[in-house]
Design a protein around this ligand. Sequence first.
Ligand code: SF4
Length: 86
Amino acid sequence: MTETNKICRRCLAREMPSADYFQTMYDYISQLDSDIKTPDALYEQRLACCKECDSLLNGMCRICGCFVEMRAAISQNHCPGVHPKW
Ligand code: SF4
């Protein structure tokens, strides 16, 4: 198994060896209009919740299939869990 093929529970995409692969997503997040973008402090709170969640796998939420860094970046989005964590 190569370094890039490792499965990482509780990892965000930005923490994975293949982080460069996600640069387009980070560019998109950074260019979101402030009207829809989650404030930085709340964004980090959301991601901290995801990092404690059993549904996080390789940066992706196993409930909705979203990359959590993308989902959390839109302020009106919410955690898709039965008992939403954010
Ligand atoms: S269920 Fe909610 S807290 Fe858990 S990974 Fe998905 S979005 Fe994050």
